[in-house]
Write a protein that binds this ligand. Structure first.
Ligand code: HMG
Ligand code: MG
Length: 282
């Protein structure tokens, strides 16, 4: 049993932001390499509108091409009931809904208010329950927003609570544009962990300004042990101007293992995946 869980989001968060559309076969080859590296949880695609994110238009083919395996959780992003139904029809272990602590970012990214997004997720939660799959929630812009600037810790806390009330088993707190400093993350996590169990929280750091590993240390100090990262530091969000790559998986795993925290990941195989991911960059 690993001390820390690393969730690989590269095939989704990484490839959604590449300028060119990465061919489905290349996505599947990357996923196969990540599986070989024993990443226990993979966010493989997004069942979102192809008009909004054309890079994820092949979501059905990617999910079909990634068969289930013992001990592997295949997760997909879904913005609404339609996405959830389509993913469940193929078969998946986890649905991930996503909203924001910033009203402006919610409108730019999913074209509705925060409160409407929670309402939209209710039928997704019901489908997850009925089908016995995990429901994960994301809160974007928990510290900084590309449109509104600094976000009050209370806003992140309120949205995380709403996602748990909906039925999420885990909520991932995101620094969408990588602008959050360790002190900002500390303030946000102090607020959120005062009301919610750290064992059910994850952190999702982008690394635009090189703060992500310091922010990981802050999260560890708050008792958080689930982290999202993307192979080769791929990533960003098309609706978050300035967002650079996600925290890169290999340096994250090294950082954790240097602190004596096991991840269960095969580093040599992870390097193979990183080399391949570099070839997919635009
Ligand atoms: P909308 O335009 O308000 O809604 O979009 P709509 O119902 O009018 O749908 C628009 C079109 O999309 C329609 O097509 C629908 O049928 C279709 P048309 O009739 O015009 O031909 N559509 C769908 N197609 C496929 N699958 C679906 C689906 N739903 C509708 N599920 C909507 C609202 C939420 C759909 C849109 O805003 C959307 O898809 N947004 C997704 C944006 C996105 O994926 N952003 C990146 C991921 S989030 C992220 O990166 C942050 C994260 O990493 C954490 C962090 O770092 O902060 C998670
Ligand atoms: Mg992200």
């Amino acid at each position: 049993m690993a001390d820390v869980t690393v969730i690989e989001v590269g095939p989704r968060d990484g490839l959604q932001n590449e300028k060119r559309i990465v061919p489905t076969d290349d996505k599947l080859a990357l996923i196969a390499l990540l599986r070989a590296a024993r990443l226990p949880r993979l966010e493989i695609t997004a069942f979102v509108s192809p008009k909004w994110v054309p890079q994820m238009a092949d979501h059905e083919a990617v999910l079909r091409g990634t068969p289930p395996a013992d001990g592997l959780i295949r997760s997909v992003l879904v913005p609404n009931e339609r996405g959830a139904q389509a993913a469940l029809a193929i078969g998946v272990e986890e649905l991930a809904v996503f909203t924001s602590a910033s009203e402006t970012f919610a409108r730019k990214n999913i074209n509705c208010s925060i409160s409407d997004s929670i309402g939209r997720f209710a039928p997704v939660a019901e489908l997850a329950r009925r089908n016995g799959v995990r429901l994960r929630g994301y809160v974007s812009c928990t510290v900084e927003c590309p449109y509104e600037g600094p976000i009050a810790p209370q806003a992140a806390e309120d949205v995380a609570i709403a996602l748990f009330e909906l039925g999420c088993v885990e909520v991932s707190l995101a620094d969408t544009i990588g602008r959050a400093t360790p002190s900002g993350v500390d303030a946000m996590l102090t607020a959120v962990t005062a009301r919610l169990p750290s064992a059910r929280l994850a952190c999702h750091f982008h690394d635009t300004f090189g703060h992500a590993l310091n922010n990981i240390d802050i999260a560890l100090a708050h008792g958080i042990g689930i982290f999202d990262s993307a192979v080769g530091g791929l990533g960003g969000c098309p609706y978050a101007p300035g967002a650079a790559g996600n925290l890169s998986t290999l340096p994250l795993v090294r950082h954790l293992e240097n602190r004596g925290l096991s991840t269960g990941i095969d580093m040599a195989r992870l390097k193979d995946a990183e080399t391949f991911a570099a070839r997919l960059r635009s």
